[in-house]
Design a protein around this ligand. Structure first.
Ligand code: FE2
Length: 236
């Protein structure tokens, strides 16, 4: 299979155009015409992942987080180490980031909790908001069984309540305020900080920190299954 054919398939489900303007999605390194035979997938293009990929003979590495966020004007240190391995193995590196969050990862979370009347949480398409039918304890069980044992702030007594989910880094003060304004009782996401926790307590909104990693890997696994292409998983 050619690299560009793998990319076409990915983009048929996670169109590049959906990505936010600060993002850097799509081809990161490599040749579109390369014949690829071993596909690898990882959440992050870390050095460990790239080393593992190169040891296993992976020639197409698909990641959620991009290899490059900002323009680079110097190739040394970690960047040098990563790029030399990528070049040595003639590897293609391709990333689907906010376009995958918007097209897939957030919906995977809202399906996991079986949310009803689901809408995007933010105007840019990130996150989902919907009604959860069940107890807070049931919601925590779903989290622990499918994502991870979460860090929990507050509790909720209702048997039906508004829930927001956002894959990755969501538990910021800014987003907690938006959730509160939208009547959210429980916000499930990742990357909780101390000050965000205090704000949530003051605003009486519950937080479930299921980690940046687990709120993204959950949907990424499902996405890979749907592609049906035999990816080797490298960091999950
Ligand atoms: Fe992320």
């Amino acid at each position: 299979m050619l690299a560009k054919e793998v990319i076409e398939l990915i983009e048929s489900k996670a169109p590049k155009e959906l990505a936010l303007n600060w993002d850097n999605v799509g081809l990161q390194v490599g040749r579109l015409e390369k014949e690829v035979s071993k596909l690898g997938v990882a959440l992050d293009p870390s050095l460990k992942v790239i080393e593992k990929a190169s040891n296993l003979g992976v020639d197409f590495l698909f990641t959620h987080h991009p290899l490059f966020f900002k323009p680079i004007n110097r190739v040394d240190g970690l960047v040098y180490e990563k790029l030399s391995l990528i070049f040595k193995n003639d590897m293609v590196v391709y990333s689907a980031h906010t376009n995958l969050d918007i097209s897939y990862l957030n919906d995977a979370l809202s399906s996991l909790y079986n949310l009803k009347d689901v809408e995007p949480l933010l105007d840019n398409g990130l996150g989902r908001i919907g009604t959860f039918k069940g107890s807070f304890e049931e919601l925590l069980n779903i989290t622990e069984e499918n994502l991870t044992k979460p860090v929990v702030v507050g509790s909720c007594e209702e048997e039906e309540f508004k829930v927001a989910v956002l894959s990755g880094k969501g538990l910021t003060e800014e987003l907690i305020k938006i959730c509160k304004e939208k009547g959210v009782r429980v916000f499930i996401s990742g990357d909780l900080t101390h000050h965000a926790k205090i704000l949530a307590e003051d605003l009486d909104i519950c937080l479930v920190d299921a980690t940046h990693y687990h709120t993204e890997v959950y949907g990424l696994k499902k996405f890979i299954e749907e592609l049906n292409l035999n990816f080797i998983t490298l960091d999950f």
